[in-house]
Design a protein around this ligand. Sequence first.
Ligand SMILES: [Zn+2]
Ligand SMILES: [Zn+2]
Length: 344
Amino acid sequence: MDDLKFGTRNKRGDWTPHATVQPAPIWQMPPQLKAVLHWLPHYFLPWNVIFAASAVAYWAWVIPPVEVLRSIQIGWVLWLYAVNAVCVFLFYGAFELHLYVLRRQGSRFKYNAKFPSEQKSKAFWFESQVIDSMLRSFLSGVTIWTGLEALMLWAYANGYAPWLSFADNPWTLALVALAVPIIHEVHFFLVHRLIHTPFLYKWVHSVHHNSVNPSPWSSLAMHPVEHLLYFGTAFYHLILPSNPIIMIYQMNFAGFGAIPGHVGFDKIEVGDDRLVDSHAYAHYLHHKYFEVNYGDALIPLDKWFGTWHDGSPEGEARMQARYRKRKEKLAARKAQLDAKGATE
Ligand SMILES: [Zn+2]
Ligand SMILES: [Zn+2]
């Protein structure tokens, strides 16, 4: 597949898409019915349907009966950890194997021409982005994910969370299930913005940003505090009229849904003539420039808060202007303080 029909490659070999990133078209004014209808299937396919189906499968085959969930027991919690870990290994591993180990599509549609395995860095454990990211994913990522999930299941089993049945409340639960990606987007934006404040960035979020050139395992390469905040989306179901299956969907959405944003390729080739959009560019730009695109543009929060970068030269200029303004502000404040110090 000729990726130069869809973008350009610079002399370093980095590929940039022609198309800019756009927030979901539901926000366009005046309303663009055709664009919304074209976009709508993407709200479900393929990822959200896969994550929702995974939650149903968990409930059917993985989660123990309610009587067991009433007390936290190491046996079932370990079993849940094992299932989460195996699923992460297989799901993340499939992307890693296809795109980064076997390199089946070379660097076609790859934003950064370099592969992390070729770049050793002291920022990572064992100087390897992949080993560091995998260890962080399994040691703290899946552990905290499982811990919060077990706690939520225990809360449901003991009547501490509102548990509606699908038979009695199909419409309410359908609405809550539909809102899962929206809850995730708003929560992720707020938490992400919070951990970009200087103190939390230095001690917590910088771990995730060690991956300047993200690859699939970067998805859950986070500090444990960030894991805790990230998987905290589950707690909304302590107050929402919901159901444990939807709570599991919310957690699987966070756990498995981080992959598309970190895949490092704009499109994944399927067979000889099909391309699947990864929708990774907005978050790739976040890893490249740090202070843009805190969200994933399902809701244009970054546009509203002035941190949106759509990948265009205009987006770049807006970002540079914002940086310049902040630098000037800091310099003015420093000059003011120095002047004050000199008069004292
Ligand atoms: Zn990231
Ligand atoms: Zn960040």
